[in-house]
Design a protein around this ligand. Structure first.
Ligand code: ZN
Length: 269
């Protein structure tokens, strides 16, 4: 599943479309997680893109009237082709035509979505989202404040989008390992120092992943068609029964909140 670093990598790969105009679009198949609006093609005509930004795992194309909100879901991807290319892949849901290029949205499993909104901030997918992890405002004391009110395990708390966005399962496991914090620890038991360390590790790991172009367990192709899949060095995730790289004890795997949690019970207390 594309996580925040993959989405950010995708955004960067299409950032040179800022300032360009979507002349027209073609919806080949409107059936995504939410059906694409039937007026979509009419609204996305001569759509002048002022800015392409990211909020959580949404890519936002802003024009002076509408914003287009795009989510890659579990298996979505974008690719850039020449406008005249007739390459067509199964599950090419939407095509956006520019002067000489086109961007194609492909999504085999259809968990992605494309919405249009006049006021993006009040959109139901955006309005309740928590803070961005890479923002300066996301600090140890910010996290400590959230943690002090919650008995939820810390891993669940940092994966809850209402608290902080974009910390997916892989990155949650890796950040907690790096910060030496047990994923099952009650959030309200974390000290301010532990929160500061965890925030630092979350930022470091996400930045690192963005730097290598994002990581997922399945193939991921960044929007410009280059293979954006780099094997990121994971220290905990996916390493069940392997030696902990810090203490040589074994990495354990348990299911927590229906997600696989990998951790070292010696290092992470
Ligand atoms: Zn260890």
């Amino acid at each position: 599943m594309p996580e925040l670093p993959e989405v950010e990598t995708t955004r960067r790969a299409i950032s040179n479309f800022e300032g360009k105009v979507i002349k027209s679009s073609k919806v080949n198949n409107p059936n995504l997680r939410w059906k694409i609006d039937k007026n979509f093609e009419a609204i996305v005509r001569n759509f002048q893109i002022e800015e392409i930004s990211r909020r959580a795992k949404y890519i936002i194309f802003k024009s002076d009237t509408y914003s287009m909100l795009l989510h890659l879901g579990m298996s979505g991807s974008l690719r850039i082709l020449d406008r005249t290319s007739n390459q067509f892949k199964k599950h090419d849901h939407v095509e956006f035509f520019f002067e000489d290029k086109k961007i194609i949205y492909n999504d085999p499993r259809r968990f992605g979505s494309i919405h249009l909104a006049k006021d993006i901030k009040s959109h139901f997918l955006i309005s309740k989202l928590g803070i961005e992890p890479l923002e300066k405002k996301f600090t140890g004391s910010h996290l400590f404040n959230i943690c002090s009110k919650s008995k939820a395990p810390i891993k669940s708390l940092i994966m809850n989008q209402k608290n902080v966005v974009g910390v997916g399962n892989i990155y949650a496991c890796e950040s907690l390992f790096e910060a030496k914090i047990n994923p099952f620890k009650e959030s309200c038991c974390l000290s301010e120092g532990e929160c500061a360390s965890l925030v630092k590790c979350i930022k470091k790991i996400l930045r690192n992943a963005i730097k290598v172009g994002g990581t997922t367990l399945k193939d991921f192709y960044s929007a410009d068609g280059s293979a954006g899949y780099f094997k990121f060095k994971l220290k905990a995730y996916g390493r069940e029964d392997e030696d902990c790289l810090v203490c040589n004890d074994r990495i354990m795997k348990t299911v927590q909140n229906q997600r696989a949690t990998y951790y070292c019970s010696t290092c992470q207390v």
